[in-house]
Design a protein around this ligand. Structure first.
Ligand code: ADP
Ligand code: MG
Length: 155
């Protein structure tokens, strides 16, 4: 049996939908590695160091949840967790899962559905709502809300 699973993503920033998937994953595996994608070609609001620091803080009391930088290589992991929201995620995720299997024969992608209340939640939506001055309460951790406020104040 596998003891660890990797949950890769951009997490720019982490939302309650991501948190929901991480907690569900942590109920199945003794160790979940949240892998924060560092992609120099993708423009993000938060740097990878900031995204890592935020997620670490949120899960500081959860011993089975680790946060690491991810450069795209799935070394040492057999189980990859991805979240599936609306139908719109399916096509891309299906493609990615088969591509990953192509690259690495024994990687299995495990899809998990969030609680229905997060089924339409995305990091981009959170950033958009925040930019327009709307409330993101209940969509992200209070720490994320604070970081968003600081980020936009500096701009
Ligand atoms: N609200 C949500 N509920 C469930 N899964 C989600 C939610 N938002 C994102 N995810 C999933 O979390 C993973 C990481 O998402 P994201 O941070 O957007 O990174 P990526 O750039 O890999 O899409 C993906 O599998 C995505 O489908
Ligand atoms: Mg995404």
């Amino acid at each position: 049996m596998e003891k660890s699973a990797i949950y890769p993503g951009s997490f720019d920033p982490i939302t309650n939908g991501h948190e929901d998937i991480i907690r569900r994953g942590a109920s199945l595996f003794p160790r979940i590695v949240v892998a924060v994608l560092e992609n120099p070609r993708k423009e993000t609001l938060f740097s990878s160091a900031e995204r890592i620091e935020i997620i670490r803080e949120i899960f500081k009391d959860a011993p089975g949840i680790e946060v690491k930088a991810f450069h795209g290589l799935l070394v040492d992991f057999r189980i990859l967790i991805r979240g599936l929201r609306a139908v719109s995620d399916f096509e891309y995720e299906f493609q990615m899962a088969l591509m990953n299997r192509n690259l690495c024969e024994d990687v299995e992608t495990l899809f998990m559905m969030p609680s229905a209340k997060y089924a339409f939640l995305s990091s981009s939506l959170v950033k958009e709502v925040f930019r327009l001055g709307g409330s993101v309460e209940g969509l992200v951790h209070p720490l994320v809300e604070r970081r968003l406020r600081e980020k936009f104040r500096k701009r």
